[in-house]
Design a protein around this ligand. Structure first.
Ligand code: SF4
Length: 684
């Protein structure tokens, strides 16, 4: 057999955006998938789920032809139709809906099922050209990015390759062993070569925490308290760098004064950690010049998430760790790429006066809650690409209720018959990344990659780009981007961004977009007009709901706290073999993950009369779900963890863990609060 390895990139919602090499067995078939060894971030390492990608590409359940619903919504009964019939029907429904309620009744809806800029973001070109409702992108990054930007002013941090030059790495609110394996490659290098210490701060003993020198298993949503107490010790014990702060920060004296009451004893009460644990970590952090905080997303998914991320980002500004190679912090490098998205997204025809509906509130929106509709018409027609809201969005019972309505027309363009696709009126079969071209930028590193398809699209699958073009033509949408092929759009975008064209970029395989080490560490100033890091952020400039944000880094007591009725705090953490709801169809992933399980402290199990493998019901005012019990001592007694966005169908009552999570907006600018839920537990 004449196989060859061709370049590709991982399209999934993971900051690593690994550079891949995919074995092409013939024009229709892939074989092995491996990480590119020459890429110094991927470094030849990829996660197990993507190394098994052949299972996913050639899965027998892949959607292969357009389908039209024949049974009740959610029944899964469909009949095959042609592409022309399907696209005509979608366009007709959009036109009729817009005639009745105006264009804002149509809500194109998407997220990060692929991170490719063409196939992910092109849906916005149709939105803007037609005047359809905008989407407030709250489901993932909103709280974290707002919290980081509040202090640093822009979205980048110390080059992740410098992790290998660090003496202390703090993984705060992340679990890279399960979710971003490449971070561990660079951490392992530092540990082997320099004896670097690893500290993990996470409510439960994740696989990453198992590898750590110190694991701080704090209560969910108390990271701001821990950060404030650590800074208290840094000031009190002479670890604060006053010269650095005078040059690079806004109000160091006010911060010092404010922290005087934020003692380790104060934080111990809030976090559930011991005073000794807090002081030990503060000493280690204060004593280590090259300390690198890898700021994760986990602890941002809380009503106080933005405040927590900001508080954590203050630590290296107190010690001046930013001065040293391998020191400082990084959350994402997404702000480092200056890509001109005009042609892809139709930014030049965007009308910013059109409402932006909160994507986390899709349940409330489809069921016509006035407040969530922002004073506009109901949403009666949707096109969905790269997202599965019936399973990944909060308040999923309400989402299913909305999707079941006869007055809501939904077209889902998907790779598999997801929990959302089952409710669609029209289902369109989508290509996978190895079957279309695209361009990718890595949030967790600094490389831009342009890749061609590796194999042909199977069956009748079409790319997102092709569907957008087909609908634009039928709807009469006007924009130069609708006249371009995928490759032409990539070429146009790269050139408009001052980069080499598509052919040259693909030939280069990856383009290093990083700034100098000094710039990544803000040694030429932070990204505010005065060049100073903000201990006292201007929250009002970052979001309309800023009233209760803490003036200086602090514990913001706004979480869904435990009560007599709801004595446990639930965290819905990612599973190692799934990525959001992707990979939940892959046999090897399902085998490894087993079934939905609740990790519960053995003492709590005893109190509730639960033993391993028992069924337990978790509930709150939004609903309840039944899962199996796994006694686990790596968390506090009032914390419960359920990993993975399992499909609704994996749960006894047909609705998954997001039945319990709230669509409340985390201040100041909105954001999903997936790990901020109090619940009751009882034997089922
Ligand atoms: S680590 Fe992340 S980017 Fe790399 S292959 Fe796995 S999912 Fe894709």
């Amino acid at each position: 057999m004449n196989s060859e390895f061709l370049p590709s990139a991982c399209p999934h919602d993971c900051p690593s955006t690994c550079a891949l090499e995919v074995e092409r067995l013939n024009a229709q078939t892939i074989g092995r998938v491996r990480g590119a060894a020459e890429n110094d971030y991927t470094a030849g390492v990829i996660c197990a789920k993507v190394s098994s990608y052949r299972e996913r590409v050639h899965h027998p359940d892949r959607l292969m032809q357009p389908l039209k619903r024949t049974g009740a919504k959610g029944s899964g009964e469909f009949a095959a139709i042609s592409w022309d019939e399907a696209l005509d029907e979608v366009a007709d429904h959009f036109k009729q809906a817009a005639d009745k309620y105006g264009p804002e009744t149509v809500w194109p809806y998407y997220f990060a099922g692929t991170m490719g800029l063409i196939q992910r973001d092109g849906i916005n070109r149709l939105r803007h050209a037609m005047g359809y409702s905008n989407q407030d992108m709250t489901i993932c990054t909103s709280l974290a990015w707002t919290g980081w930007e509040a202090g640093a002013g822009s979205m980048w941090g110390t080059d992740p390759r410098e992790l290998a030059e660090s003496d202390l790495i703090v993984v705060w609110g992340g679990n890279p062993v399960s979710t971003q394996v490449n971070v561990m490659t660079h951490i392992t290098r530092a540990r082997k070569q320099r004896g670097a210490k690893l500290v993990v701060i996470d409510p439960y003993r994740t696989p990453t925490a198992e590898k750590a020198d110190i694991h701080l298993a704090l209560r969910p949503g108390t990271d701001g308290a821990l950060a404030a107490a650590v800074m208290h010790v840094l000031f009190a014990e002479g670890y604060a760098d006053h010269d650095y702060m005078a040059k690079y920060t806004d109000v160091p004296e006010r911060l010092h004064q404010h922290l005087s009451t934020r003692t380790p004893a104060w934080a111990a009460e809030i976090t559930g950690l011991s005073v000794e644990e807090i002081i030990e970590f503060a000493h280690l952090y204060g004593q280590t010049e090259r300390s690198y905080i890898r700021v994760g997303y986990g602890f941002s998914r809380s009503r106080n998430g933005a405040a927590n991320v900001h508080a954590v980002s203050c630590l290296p500004a107190v010690t001046g760790a930013w001065k040293h190679r391998g020191g400082g912090a990084m959350h994402t490098n997404s702000g480092m790429y200056n890509i001109d998205m005009t042609a892809i997204m139709g930014l030049d025809v965007r009308d910013s006066s059109i409402r932006a509906l909160d994507m986390c509130r899709i349940g409330r929106i489809l069921t016509r809650e006035e407040e969530s509709l922002l004073g506009g018409p109901p949403v009666t027609a949707m096109l969905m690409q790269n997202i599965n809201p019936a399973e990944v969005c909060p308040e999923s019972k309400l989402v299913l209720e909305g999707l079941s309505r006869d007055d809501v027309f939904v077209c889902v363009h998907e790779q598999f018959m997801t929990g959302t696709a089952k409710y669609a009126d029209i289902v369109l079969p989508a290509t996978m990344s190895m079957e279309h071209a695209d361009m990718y930028r890595g949030g967790g590193h600094m490389y831009l990659q342009v890749v061609r398809p590796v194999i042909e699209a199977p069956g009748e699958c079409r790319s997102n780009h092709d569907v957008i073009q087909g609908l634009a033509q039928r709807l009469g949408a006007q924009h130069p981007g609708f006249e371009m092929t995928t490759w032409e759009l990539i070429d146009e975008t790269l050139r408009a961004s001052g980069m080499p064209g598509a052919d040259e970029a693909a030939e280069m395989r990856w383009i290093d977009c990083s700034k100098s080490s000094e710039d990544m560490r803000y040694l030429n100033g932070f990204s505010h007009p005065d060049g100073k890091f903000r201990f006292a952020p201007d929250w009002a400039a970052l979001g309309a709901d800023s009233e209760n944000m803490p003036t200086l880094p602090d514990h913001m007591a706004s979480t869904d706290e435990t009560s007599e009725q709801h004595p446990f705090r639930l965290v819905t953490a990612p599973a190692r073999r799934f990525l959001n709801s992707s990979f939940t169809e892959m046999p090897s992933s399902i085998k490894k993950e087993g079934r939905p399980m609740a990790l519960i402290h053995p003492d709590a199990c005893e109190q509730l009369g639960l033993t391993e493998h028992d069924r337990v019901r978790l509930g709150n005012d939004l609903g309840s779900v039944v899962v199996h019990v796994k006694p686990f001592d790596g968390l506090q007694k009032d914390v419960v963890i359920v990993e993975g966005v399992w499909p609704n169908a994996a749960f006894e009552e047909g609705v998954g863990i997001n039945a319990l999570t709230s669509a409340d907006r985390g201040p100041p600018n909105g954001g999903g609060v997936f790990h901020d839920t109090s619940v009751w537990l009882e034997a089922a």
